[in-house]
Design a protein around this ligand. Structure first.
Ligand code: NAD
Length: 260
């Protein structure tokens, strides 16, 4: 039951972030959505979630590349909804390219969105959580925060960075009843992966079907995608009171990928 709690979830107009937002709202928590997309579609999602769950749902358009906007998103949650109990740093992008051809702008964007925005949002949320005497910070890292794959240098570097950042924040806040953990999903069927299948097919000179079978699900022993419900299950544990001693950890939900 998350009634009375407020969650801020970056990159929640799509995929995993949207699923976690629905998990919070359906348990009675208020939500600040964020992310890119068609404004009227976002407004439809926001209004539908608010009406079907009977909670307050707001949207903040912060660009995760801009530290000030990221901080403003957190301040907006406090201002609009009164609290910030749960921060989910989830926004992320991917670019698949051999390192010697990797474009500088893509590198900077991936580090900015996938790693630095986590710092800006966390920094802004900590004083609010400290004043409340409780907080939960969940960073959506990846199996690629623990192991690498070729052609994903920026993503792998950013996600490894997220895990290092998670550990540091956990140590700093261990006495404040604020936990900080990373979730490391394997492949989940979302737009970021659909785009990747096409990109990998190009980079590796393979068909999309072959990429799905041999590259994407090739690394995942279960041979199926992880579902957003499965991620929500772990997420709900981590934000609960029972999750109080889970701190500074990286939790794999990857169908056995990183067990290999
Ligand atoms: P997605 O593309 O569906 O969602 C990404 C979200 O981030 C979207 O809401 C998008 O609008 C938002 N976003 C992108 N750039 C932004 C920016 N500049 N400012 C604000 N928002 C921005 O992909 P997803 O699979 O749901 O990814 C969510 C997170 O999960 C990412 O961090 C991703 O790296 C991670 N992840 C995904 C998978 C997977 O297989 N799908 C696996 C492991 C980790």
């Amino acid at each position: 039951d998350l009634r009375g709690q407020v969650a801020v979830i970056s990159g929640s107009t799509s995929g995993i972030g949207l699923a976690l937002a629905r998990a919070v709202a359906s348990r009675g928590g208020d939500v600040v959505l964020n992310g890119l997309g068609d404004p009227s579609e976002i407004e439809r999602t926001r209004a539908e979630m608010e009406a079907s769950c009977g909670v307050r749902v707001r949207y903040h358009a912060a660009n995760m590349l801009k530290g000030e906007e990221v901080a403003d998103m957190v301040a907006y949650a406090k201002h609009q909804l009164g609290r910030v109990d749960i921060l989910v740093n989830n926004a992320g992008i991917q670019h698949v390219e051999a390192v010697e051809k990797f474009p500088s702008d893509k590198w900077e964007q991936i580090i900015g969105i996938n790693l630095s925005s986590t710092f800006y949002a966390t920094r802004a949320a900590i004083p609010i959580m400290k004043a409340q005497g409780r907080g939960r910070i969940i960073n959506v890292a990846s199996a690629h925060g623990l192991v690498a794959s070729p052609f994903k240098s920026a993503y792998v570097a950013a996600k490894h960075g997220v895990i290092g950042f998670t550990k540091t924040v956990a140590l700093e806040l261990a006495q404040d009843n604020i936990t900080c953990n990373a979730i490391c999903p394997g492949f989940v069927e979302t737009p970021i992966v659909e785009k990747q299948i096409a990109d990998q097919a190009r980079t590796r000179g393979m068909s999309k079907e072959a990429v799905l079978k041999d590259v994407i699900l090739g690394s995942q022993p279960t041979k199926r995608f992880v579902t957003t419900d499965e991620l929500a299950g772990l997420f709900l544990y981590l934000v609960s009171d029972l999750g109080a001693s889970a701190n500074g950890s990286s939790f794999s939900i990857d169908g056995g990928w990183t067990a290999q």
